[in-house]
Design a protein around this ligand. Structure first.
Ligand SMILES: [Zn+2]
Ligand SMILES: [Zn+2]
Length: 312
């Protein structure tokens, strides 16, 4: 099948999946009362999901994997090339997921690598979008290691969009604020409850539930934590135990140098940058209110004209 068709199909499946999960979150939430536009929603959507993903895709594929391929092109080895596409997808899905398990586990035990993972744990109201929040370097490392073998080994080109779709679907699913009971399958496929516990602020899970797609790694290597009840619902029960910046650029700066975001407000240039978005929203809301009152007054005027015509 042509790669463009595959991209169109995978994108459509992803959109349907997104609609299903968002609806599911409203119908059967894991934590009741979480707002749709939660704290950090716009940072995760605009910066992490749209802008960061767009630029990192170019960096990873055009500036890292493409030069690698010019030096290490093993497609002639025919290692995976002749396998059916579905076998190639499953092969790369499992091998990469096993790598992610160990890398994720390492990030939780290494102070330097924790700095590029803590962003992912900083969301307190975890939902379908929370998985998008990942440090630039974390994505560069993980996605280069994920897609380079697919391209260097000469896998079918459609494996890339299919794998990317499955990544997004699993990412949305395991972070979704939904109640799911997979029965015995939970020992193989990761579930929201296992991963939501990973995002909870309890010492028992600081070194547990590292799996992304297949929970079997946690059960196999003895790092599964599934107490059979949900974490508490207070803000301190979720996310990081220390203060974390709310701004996208400061979140990245925080991984290099620790600071208190509120202290920076004493600098005029920072204050005007930091308050830019709330000010813009306020202006837009004011314009919206003005527009609505204008429409209402025009409508009333029209109604008065109609009434006066009727009474003549
Ligand atoms: Zn983690
Ligand atoms: Zn996560």
């Amino acid at each position: 099948m042509h790669q463009l068709n595959v991209v169109a199909i995978t994108t459509s499946i992803l959109v349907c999946w997104l609609i299903l999960i968002i609806t599911w979150e409203r119908v059967s939430p894991y934590r009741k009362g979480l707002p749709f536009f939660r704290e950090g929603f716009w940072v995760d959507l605009v910066w992490y999901t749209l802008i960061q993903s767009y630029f990192l895709k170019i960096i990873i594929f055009d500036y890292l994997i493409a030069p690698l391929k010019s030096h290490f092109d093993w497609s002639h080895s025919q290692l995976v090339h002749n396998w059916p596409v579905w076998v190639q997808v499953i092969f790369f899905l499992f091998t990469h997921d096993l790598y992610i398990y160990f890398f994720h586990r390492f990030q939780h035990s290494n102070k330097i690598f924790w700095r590029i993972h803590e962003a992912h744990h900083s969301v307190k109201q975890v939902d379908f979008l929370a998985g998008a929040r990942s440090h630039v370097f974390e994505i560069i490392i993980n996605q280069t290691i994920e897609f380079a073998p697919i391209i260097l080994l000469g896998a079918n080109p459609v494996v890339v969009p299919i794998k990317a779709m499955l990544d997004s679907m699993f990412g949305i699913f395991i972070h979704a604020n939904i109640k799911v009971n997979l029965g015995k399958l939970k020992y193989f496929f990761n579930t929201p409850s296992l991963h939501l516990w990973h995002h909870a602020n309890y010492q028992e899970v600081f070194h547990a539930n590292f799996s992304t797609k297949f929970s079997v790694w946690d059960y196999l290597f003895g790092t599964a934590y599934d107490p059979g009840h949900e974490p508490g619902d207070r803000p301190e029960n979720w996310g990081l135990f220390y203060d974390y910046p709310r701004d996208y650029f400061l979140q990245h700066a925080f991984s290099v140098k620790r600071f208190d975001e509120r202290n920076l407000l004493k600098y005029g240039w920072f204050k005007s940058y930091y308050t830019l978005r709330p000010r813009l929203i306020k202006i837009l809301l004011n314009q919206k209110h003005k527009f609505i009152s204008l429409c209402t007054s025009l409508n009333n005027g029209e109604q008065q004209d109609i009434n006066s015509v009727k009474h003549q």
